[in-house]
Design a protein around this ligand. Structure first.
Ligand SMILES: Cc1ncc(C[n+]2csc(CCOP(=O)(O)OP(=O)(O)O)c2C)c(N)n1
Ligand code: SF4
Ligand SMILES: [Mg+2]
Length: 280
C-alpha cells in the first residue's frame, strides 16, 4: 500500500516531525476508504503553503497545489466542478486560521462537502517559527521574543460555531486512530474538519506533553452543546470525533445532481446562463 504513494520528491521535513504521522495516517485512510468503495482515484487533495503543504509533494494522490490560506477555496472549487470526487485540503494552523480564516469560516457555514485536515503545530513553521493563531500565551519566536501576549484560538470551537457538520481532533502520535478519523471525515457528506495536534520538533516539540494529556474520546460523536463544552476543555485533550450531523451539502444544493465535468454545457448555453444570472 505505502509503495503506491511514493513520489520522486526529496523529503525535507525535519526528522521526527509530526507531519510524518499525518502523511502515514492519510495513506492508511485511503486504504480504509478503498475497502468502503471509495477508490483512491476519486480522492483528490489540495494544500496551502507551509511545512504541512509539502505533503502534496510527498504523497502520490491527484490534486491541485494551492497557495497560502486558499486551500479551502480551492477544495470548494474542485468539489463544485466535479462533485464525484472526495476532496481533502491539508492546511496549516497559520494557513487556515490566519491568512485563510474567512475561507474556513464560510466553507463551514455553507457546509461545503470538503475535508479540512489542519496540521496544528501552533506556529508558522516554514517561515521559521513566528507566533500563529494557536500558539500558546508566552510562546517565544522571532516575532514575539518576549513571549506571545495573545490567547490562542480553539479551532474546534471556531469550526463548531461556524457550522461544521463533522468536527474531530486527532494526534499525529496516534496514526491508527488518526487514519480512522480522517477516513470518517472523508466519508462524511458535508464540511468535515480534523484538527491534528502536530508537534514541530524544531519549534513546538510538544510530544511529551501530548503523550501525557491526549486521551481517546470513546463516546463520540456527541450532542452539539456537549461537543462544544469538550472543545473548550484545555486538559485533558480528547482525540476522536466530537460532532457529526447530517445536512444537505452546499454543492448538492447548487448542482442538483448535475456533474459539470461529465455533463459540460455547450458554450452558447453557458454564456446564456451567465447572462441570465447577471440579469442581462
Ligand atoms: C499570501 C502569503 N502570505 C505569506 C506567505 C509566507 N508564508 C509561507 S508559509 C507561511 C506560514 C505557514 O504556517 P502554517 O500555515 O501554520 O504552516 P506550517 O509551516 O506551520 O506547516 C507563511 C506566512 C505566503 N507564502 N503567502
Ligand atoms: S520546521 Fe517543524 S513543522 Fe517544519 S518540518 Fe521541521 S519539525 Fe516539521
Ligand atoms: Mg503551523
Amino acid at each position: 500500500m505505502a509503495r503506491e504513494f511514493i513520489t520522486e520528491v526529496e523529503n525535507t521535513w525535519c526528522t521526527g516531525c509530526g507531519n510524518f504521522g499525518i502523511m502515514n495516517a492519510m495513506k492508511k485512510a485511503v486504504g480504509i476508504l478503498e475497502d468502503r468503495d471509495i477508490p483512491k482515484s476519486r480522492i483528490f487533495m489540495t494544500a496551502g503553503i507551509g511545512c504541512h503543504a509539502k505533503i502534496f509533494d510527498y504523497m502520490s494522490l491527484s490534486g491541485l497545489y494551492s497557495i497560502h490560506g486558499r486551500a479551502m477555496a480551492t477544495a470548494e472549487g474542485m468539489k463544485l466542478g466535479n462533485p464525484g470526487l472526495r476532496i481533502v485540503a491539508f492546511c496549516g494552523d497559520g494557513d487556515a486560521l490566519g491568512e485563510g480564516i474567512a475561507h474556513m469560516m464560510h466553507a463551514a457555514k455553507r457546509n461545503s462537502d470538503i475535508t479540512v485536515v489542519m496540521h496544528d503545530n501552533g506556529v508558522y513553521a516554514l517561515t521559521t517559527g513566528q507566533r500563529g493563531p494557536t500558539s500558546p500565551r508566552g510562546f517565544k519566536g522571532p516575532s514575539t521574543p518576549e513571549g506571545n501576549n495573545e490567547d490562542p484560538w480553539k479551532p474546534l470551537v471556531l469550526m463548531l460555531e461556524a457550522g461544521a457538520t463533522f468536527a474531530a481532533r486527532g494526534y499525529s502520535g496516534n496514526v491508527e486512530q488518526l487514519a480512522e478519523i480522517v477516513a470518517a471525515a472523508v466519508e462524511h457528506q458535508g464540511f468535515s474538519f480534523v484538527q491534528v495536534l502536530q508537534p514541530s520538533v524544531t519549534f513546538t516539540n510538544y510530544f511529551e506533553e501530548y503523550n501525557e494529556i491526549v486521551t481517546t474520546l470513546e463516546e463520540g460523536p456527541l450532542e452539539f452543546d456537549e461537543a462544544l463544552r469538550l472543545a473548550r476543555q484545555e486538559e485533558p485533550l480528547p482525540a476522536g470525533v466530537f460532532y457529526r450531523k447530517e445536512k444537505e451539502p452546499y454543492e448538492v444544493s447548487i448542482n442538483r445532481g448535475r456533474n459539470p465535468v461529465e455533463d459540460r454545457m455547450r458554450r452558447e448555453k453557458r454564456m446564456k446562463a451567465i447572462g441570465d444570472t447577471l440579469g442581462g
